[in-house]
Ligand binder design. Structure first.
Ligand code: NAG
Ligand code: NAG
Length: 260
């Protein structure tokens, strides 16, 4: 790759910018005028394109699911990672794989659950009108079921399943993987207020999502959220300082935001 500094700044870039802004404005007016006919719709309407994007996004969560699949509609996915957590006598088979790998990273998974919860809280009506509310809640629960099991004791949270180095060298399907699945946890001697408080946020926001449809599950989540928050608050520490191995994947610069 060449260095950025090697390239000359293009002279005509102001002109290009102006042309783009004008084209953008014209496109906006066209959408407002003819959008309905094209199925694009005015701002605020549930357009077909956004509807498709939402369905694809919900589909993505199904693709990422680990464990014994329920209602699986992805033809090329099957059960996987059924023994995850067994070393600690836990069932950590659910949850979602991080990306194209088979890692379960607790920090981004908790963030995902938090964001998905708030999306459902804000847009449940729109999701429902497109039949995407149930898939969204099922995917959320697929993560929170995992997080509940990852928090077996007051001051203990499992924050990772899998060995990222071994995993990233192995380009197999999760259904066929044979790699060891080591477990990583935060404790009072190796605390991680960032990952623990983010997990508390995931549990708390998900407890709001399930408050009306499943009050028992909602209180279970709230209990975990409160317990995790006190662990995060009373035993303060940055997980990537205490478990340096996580730095190459989901590093942390501190825990202030998560506690807040
Ligand atoms: C499976 O489908 C049933 C029936 O629609 C639904 O009630 C349930 O929540 C779904 N479970 C999961 C895990 O997707
Ligand atoms: C992780 O973040 C810390 C704090 O910002 C930084 O000092 C450290 O170098 C980072 N580690 C890696 C591997 O990037």
């Amino acid at each position: 790759m060449g260095k950025m500094g090697d390239r000359k700044k293009p002279r005509g870039y102001i002109g290009v910018l102006i042309v783009m802004v004008v084209l953008g404005a014209v496109a906006f007016v066209l959408v407002l005028t003819y959008g309905k006919r094209l199925g694009i719709g005015p701002v605020g309407a549930v357009s077909t394109k956004y509807a498709d994007a939402l369905k694809v996004a919900m589909h993505f969560f199904d693709v990422q699911k680990s464990g014994k699949l329920v209602n699986n509609t992805i033809s090329w996915r099957g059960d996987s990672a059924l023994e995850d957590g067994r070393d600690a006598n836990l069932d950590l088979s659910k949850g979602m794989y991080d990306a194209g790998d088979h890692m379960k990273f607790g920090f981004p998974m908790a963030f995902t659950a938090t964001m998905l919860s708030w999306a459902i809280l804000e847009y449940a009506d729109n999701m429902e009108s497109l039949n995407q509310l149930r898939p969204a809640k099922d995917s959320l629960m697929w993560i929170t079921d995992y997080l509940v099991n990852a928090h077996p004791k007051h001051n203990e949270l499992y924050i990772q399943v899998g060995d990222p180095v071994a995993d990233h060298e192995c380009w197999d399907r999760p259904e066929d993987m044979t790699e060891k699945r080591p477990l990583t946890k935060v404790t009072t001697s190796k605390p991680g207020s960032d990952v623990v408080a983010e997990t508390a946020a995931a549990m708390a926001s998900a407890s709001l999502v399930f408050a009306s449809s499943n009050s028992k599950y909602s209180s279970l989540l709230l209990g975990h959220a409160e317990d995790l928050f006190s662990f995060a608050n009373e035993h303060r520490g940055t997980y990537s300082k205490n478990i340096p191995g996580v730095q190459s994947y989901y590093n942390s610069t501190g825990y202030g935001y998560e506690l807040l």
